[in-house]
Ligand binder design. Structure first.
Ligand SMILES: [Fe+2]
Length: 260
């Protein structure tokens, strides 16, 4: 099964720029590239920061733009989003019984669970007891079957100092739940605005650049998030029983290909 992960599109009002770039133009280029290279993907997941300021007009812009993708798109929210405004524009989006933007769906590659780590009181990630209990129950139901998790915030510290300050607060509890059932095979997240893969508490994870601006690889600077204009990307994931392959596609790249 092939699916797409997109993250951190940070849409603003049409015509407005963000850090010298046009997030709408960037998402348009991303969608055009998916349509030309991977229209056969089963679905796409956007792991949050759909907008920069949670503005309703930015969600309406997203709603219009996503109609250009031929596959179903599953949306999650990030620290820059506003849950109520998101849900007013996307009433059909995933919602758990407590009103959080969370989903659990069955795929040929196992159960895929999306989590809502938004905390309206800050840019850090939160999974309150309601959300953690919901996750625990969904994982328990799938014992013996593979599970992939999708979320906006990084569940671990990664060495980018200010990003670590705004990582998931309940990292320990989340990790305890995720490892307790023995069925989570991969965690996909966003938030970091750069590519990173590895493992955490024995579970593989990956994240990817945003479609607009990026975060610089700087392990020294504190109290500020260092930005960069490194290339944007989306992920093309090939999931099978044997492997989880996460390819990054730099959709803005215009260099020629050639035969080696
Ligand atoms: Fe972001």
């Amino acid at each position: 099964m092939k699916f797409i992960q997109i993250s951190d599109i940070h849409l603003v009002a049409p015509g407005e720029r963000l850090y010298g770039l046009d997030p709408k133009e960037r998402l348009e280029a991303c969608i055009a590239d998916i349509n030309s290279q991977h229209p056969d993907a089963a679905f796409a997941v956007i792991t949050g920061d759909l907008t920069q300021r949670g503005e309703e007009r930015a969600y309406w812009l997203l709603e219009a733009m996503l109609k250009r993708l031929p596959m179903p798109v599953h949306l999650l929210i990030g620290n820059h989003d506003d849950r109520a405004r998101f849900q007013s524009v996307f009433p059909a989006a995933a919602r758990d019984p407590n009103g959080f933007v969370q989903f659990s769906m069955e795929t040929p590659a196992g159960r895929f669970i999306g989590l809502d780590t938004n905390d309206p009181n800050g840019h850090h990630g939160t999974l309150c007891s309601k959300r953690l209990d919901w996750l625990d129950a969904r994982l328990r139901e799938a014992v013996g079957r593979p599970v992939c998790l999708f979320m906006h915030h990084a569940p671990l510290v990664v060495g980018l100092r200010e990003m670590d300050v705004i990582a998931l607060r309940e990292s320990q509890l989340f990790g305890d739940i995720v490892t307790s059932h023995g069925n989570v095979r991969h965690i996909f997240f966003g938030h970091l605005h750069r590519s990173l893969s590895g493992s955490w508490r024995g579970i593989p994870f990956s994240t990817l650049p945003g479609t607009n601006h990026q975060v610089a690889l700087d392990f020294v600077v504190e109290h500020v998030v260092p930005g960069s204009h490194e290339p944007p990307a989306y992920a093309v994931v090939l999931a099978s029983a044997e492997a989880m392959l996460v390819h990054l596609r730099n959709f803005g790249d215009r260099t020629a290909t050639f035969n080696l």
